[in-house]
Design a binder for this molecule. Structure first.
Ligand code: PAF
Length: 270
């Protein structure tokens, strides 16, 4: 696996891999867990070359404390990415992606203002901007995201359609621990008691009924619990346990062919 710190290094490493080959991009913020690994494996299966980006994007954190608390372990992530068959790990500095004078942002408007957007102002502007930058830098044929961040996936698909970006967005199912909790880099910060309380969220969502779900979440700090039409429709929720926010969702209808959870298109399938 090649390790690129700069855009120039990344692009130089991609030259010999391209030439008609399909390139898959898995954008991440590191602290890899089985959810990330499932994206790497899918990209490995469906593309000739796999690029993973590892960048804790400051622009998508509205609170400095959340950014500082985000778990980081680049040495471990490097080992896991290599073992999962990633060809190039792109781990730039913040200055590389946001050099002095940076002032261009992309915003997916209404979709980005609901649910998570109400509680994390500016978050999706940061996500949409970094995804567009990564798409331009890597120029992948496919990019991989997790269904756990259903609103993020919907926003990225909208961005790609609205700005005619030539990339296929692949969204893969949420990976859960044995106790039902959706894997998240934030889970490591939960105490044993918080972890027990957190299990109410997947249990509530599994009812697929907002009223029943709200009952099951009584006593917890719930930011929202709503049905959202993210194509496919989901029941999505966010809870707070101390200073940790957890989000999760379940599908309420089958995935839309060509978008979520669908087999990849013929192009470049090995
Ligand atoms: O889901 C994430 O880890 C991030 O939001 C993403 C897509 C890598 C953009 O920074």
């Amino acid at each position: 696996m090649k390790h690129a710190k700069t855009i120039a290094e990344l692009q130089a490493s991609l030259v010999p891999l391209r030439g008609g080959a399909t390139v898959g991009l898995v954008p991440t913020m590191g602290a890899f867990h089985e959810g990330h690994l499932s994206l790497f494996r899918a990209a490995r299966e469906e593309c000739d070359a796999v690029v993973a980006s590892l960048f804790v994007n400051p622009a998508q954190f509205d609170k400095g404390t959340d950014l500082a608390a985000y778990p980081r372990d680049e040495a471990r992530d490097t080992r896991l990415a290599a073992a999962a068959g990633v060809d190039i790990l792109f781990a730039p500095t913040a200055e590389e992606l946001y050099p002095p004078g940076f002032q261009t942002w992309v915003e997916v408007e209404e979709l980005g203002w609901t649910l998570e957007g109400r509680f994390r102002p500016g978050h999706f502007r940061g996500v949409a901007t970094i995804c567009l930058k990564l798409f331009n830098i890597v120029q992948p044929d496919r990019a991989y995201f997790g269904q756990k961040d259903a609103q993020q996936a919907a926003i990225v698909r909208r961005l790609v359609r609205d700005l005619n970006i030539p990339v296929e967005i692949r969204v893969l199912p949420t990976v859960r621990d044995a106790d039902g909790l959706a894997l998240s880099s934030r889970n490591v910060r939960l105490s044993a008691e918080q972890r027990r309380q957190a299990q109410a969220l997947p249990l509530a969502l599994a009812t697929r009924d907002p009223n029943k779900a709200r009952e099951l979440l009584e006593g917890l700090e719930v930011d929202y619990l709503e049905v959202a039409d993210f194509e496919p429709r989901v029941l999505a929720g966010a809870i707070r346990l101390g200073d940790i926010r957890l989000i999760d969702n379940v599908l309420l209808e089958d995935a839309v062919p060509g978008f979520n959870l669908a087999p990849p298109t013929e192009k470049g399938v090995t």
